[in-house]
Ligand binder design. Structure first.
Ligand code: FE2
Length: 299
């Protein structure tokens, strides 16, 4: 049973949320939504009231990733499954639910210590999405039901974390990669699990067996044309945003993308052409090469 529909939002801490306002609007082409607070910046990319919530914080880092559950019934069942699995969680307050424009949420830590939230009943925003950079649309499905994109989270204890997301939350395998950094027999290398939720996006979440500096390996946003990827790359270069990976096409999800450093201290992948898959007729893959061309890191 697949209970998680999509990756719904990211809550990002910032020493100066205004840096995210200009990055989000001027580079990513997201739209600012009113937050009612000087210290909170809400960034939209579709019909959802926000996809990135940037809040004033003592460090620049990802604070939590929100996943959306398809119905209140599944939400209740998921809470029961967490309890049965011995996983603790905290109920979100009414204030937190109304800030996130959802009907209910819980907050918990995954086995790697990543803060996640599970929510249901997300509201739609009927203020027309107008990108300040003229992006017609981001690829997020119908009413945003494919989620904003994906997150790759650190999971040094990969096995336990993978089991939690698959066995308890119901994510399913899309692809697995293994990175071997040396020929030493004692070097076990590092794994990377790509997992999908109940939407056609190749992966909504990936778990990397390594540490991260800002609680996040990367976030991804998807647009619908290669030109929008190119325009964004131009905007990033113009503003001297560090490009952490050159343009390339990933092998497993076919995403044509580049990566840039965000003010959050973690990179963001900006791409197009990501595979959308009919999961009823899919066999999980193992991929040995991350990209078919490009994606030169530190480029
Ligand atoms: Fe990615």
């Amino acid at each position: 049973m697949m209970t998680i529909n999509s990756i719904s939002y990211a809550i990002i801490g910032a020493k100066d949320p205004a840096t995210w306002r200009s990055f989000g609007l001027d580079v990513l082409g997201m739209m600012e939504a009113p937050s009612g607070s000087e210290s909170t910046v809400l960034l939209r990319c579709d019909e959802r009231p926000f996809r990135f919530m940037v809040v004033a914080h003592k460090t620049d880092a990802l604070l939590a990733t929100g996943f959306e559950v398809g119905s209140q019934k599944h939400f209740v069942e998921l809470c029961e499954a967490l309890t049965a699995a011995g996983v603790g969680y905290e109920e979100g307050t009414a204030e937190e639910a109304s800030e996130r424009r959802v009907r209910g949420l819980i907050k918990l830590l995954d086995p790697a210590g990543n803060a996640i939230e599970l929510c249901h009943g997300a509201a739609l925003d009927y203020v027309k999405f107008v990108s300040p950079q003229g992006i017609d649309t981001f690829e997020t499905g119908v009413n945003g039901d494919m989620g904003f994109g994906h997150a790759v989270l650190p999971a040094p204890n990969l096995k336990d974390t993978y089991r939690f997301y698959t066995d308890v939350l119901g994510f399913a395998d899309s692809d697995y990669m293994h990175f071997q950094f040396s020929d030493e027999p004692e070097d076990e290398g590092m794994g990377l699990h790509f997992l999908h939720a109940d939407n056609p996006r190749h992966h909504s979440l990936a778990l990397f067996q390594g540490e991260s500096v800002a609680n996040c390996i990367h976030l991804m946003l998807e647009v619908t044309s290669v030109d929008e990827v190119g325009y964004c790359l131009d905007r990033a270069l113009e503003r001297e945003i560090p490009i952490t990976s050159t343009l390339g096409r990933h092998s497993n999800d076919r995403m044509l993308s580049f990566y840039m450093m965000t003010p959050g201290g973690f990179p963001l992948e900006f791409g197009c052409d990501g595979l959308q898959i009919d999961w009823a007729n899919f066999t999980p893959t193992v991929t040995e090469l991350p990209s078919i061309w490009g994606h030169k890191w530190g480029g």
